[in-house]
Design a protein around this ligand. Structure first.
Ligand SMILES: [Mn+2]
Length: 355
């Protein structure tokens, strides 16, 4: 396992020097945030970023994310030009030593939460999701005031985009994902860069938009449709774990055995209401006993089935007075990283692998 940490670039208050001091840390996971979605990531910008990271004693082998343009998701005629750009970005990243690209195929919204600073019993705060709050929002009729929503679209642009998606069924979205990946695979194979799709967060439809990477069935279907080891997943435990029907230990073991888990996002969540209508969860410390997900069981299933890839602690809480970027402060993620490394060491020293 290679422990990594998400870093939002030179403006991130969590600096490379701090990240380097976390025990067992090998590298950062980052992106070029200034390049518009759909444009090629040029060599010069990639190498400048890489050099900065390497100078701090860290690696840059995973990119999160190279965003996929909405035209590709919708299957518009402009997609072929945009896919050519994406291919060139993959080549440029591969040349710089990048091994894994995390991306997602969620229309319009990537992650959605109802609260950014939910206060928990111990006085820390964290991200939370309330189905009842989300159900009161209608982005087609009102200005959306979702926490964390980057407001990169005006109300009118958002309404237009949502209207365009009305003709995109889940089947169509799936076909568009397959079209994108089939075009990309020869380049990924030639450059040895693995694609790792991030599951939907949360893993069900929101605001009537289609979502297709939410369940074991959806992932199975994608792997069958594009049957290459370069078509894999980012196993995000907190995202998939919010789906009440998802058996994460089973999925982790199965996909690791297939060699399709290229990146692990380890995070725990705690359900306070597990009904579909009243679904409520908040993010919790990483250890198994602190949340509703069996982090130990997931790590064990990954380990036993041969996973040895890139891992990062996913969202952390704000603790010790930190007022960090929601989910991405330093302290709680650092605790998470050390917990994950500790569990992994125990697994390596006590259990055989199945493969
Ligand atoms: Mn994630």
């Amino acid at each position: 396992m290679k422990m990594t940490f998400r870093w939002y670039g030179p403006n991130d208050p969590v600096t490379l020097d701090k990240i380097r001091q976390i025990p067992m840390m090998t590298g950062v996971v980052t992106a070029l945030y200034s390049i518009p979605v759909g444009e090629v990531w040029d060599r010069e910008s990639i190498h400048k970023l890489k050099d900065q990271i390497n100078a701090a004693g860290l690696e840059m082998e995973v990119i999160e994310s190279v965003p996929v343009h909405e035209d590709i998701k919708m299957g518009l005629p402009s997609r072929d030009r945009l896919i050519e750009n994406y291919k060139q970005t993959v080549r440029n990243l591969g040349e710089a030593g990048v091994k894994v690209i995390c991306y997602n195929f969620m229309p319009v919204f990537d992650w959605v939460r109802s609260e950014l600073k939910y206060r928990t019993e111990d006085g820390s705060n964290c991200l939370a999701y309330s189905q009842k709050t989300i159900d009161q929002l209608d982005p087609r009729r009102q200005s959306l005031s979702l926490p964390g929503w980057d407001e990169s679209y005006t109300k009118e642009q958002l309404a237009g985009l949502l209207a365009q998606y009305e003709s995109v069924s889940p089947e169509k979205l799936f076909d568009n994902l397959v079209y994108f990946l089939k075009a990309l695979m020869p380049v990924c194979e030639a450059c040895d860069v693995k694609m790792a799709i991030h599951p939907d967060d949360p893993p069900f439809s929101l605001f009537g938009l289609p979502r297709i990477i939410s369940t074991e069935e959806g992932i199975d279907r994608l792997f069958a449709a594009v049957n290459s080891v370069y078509n894999g997943i980012t196993l995000c435990t907190g995202s998939l774990g919010a789906g009440l029907g998802n058996d994460l230990v089973r999925m982790a073991g199965k996909y690791a055995a297939m060699g399709r888990v290229h990146f692990l996002h380890a995070r725990n969540i705690r359900f306070l209401d597990e009904t579909k209508e009243g679904l409520f969860f908040h993010e919790s410390p990483h250890p198994t006993s602190c949340g509703s997900l069996d982090l130990y069981g997931i790590l064990r299933a990954l380990y036993e089935n041969g996973f040895d890839g890139y891992t990062r602690p996913d969202h952390g809480r704000n603790i010790w007075g930190e007022d960090g970027r929601p989910g991405y402060g330093l302290y709680d993620r650092a605790l998470g990283a050390v917990y994950l490394s500790g569990v992994w060491e125990a697994l390596e020293k006590s259990l055989p692998r199945k493969k």
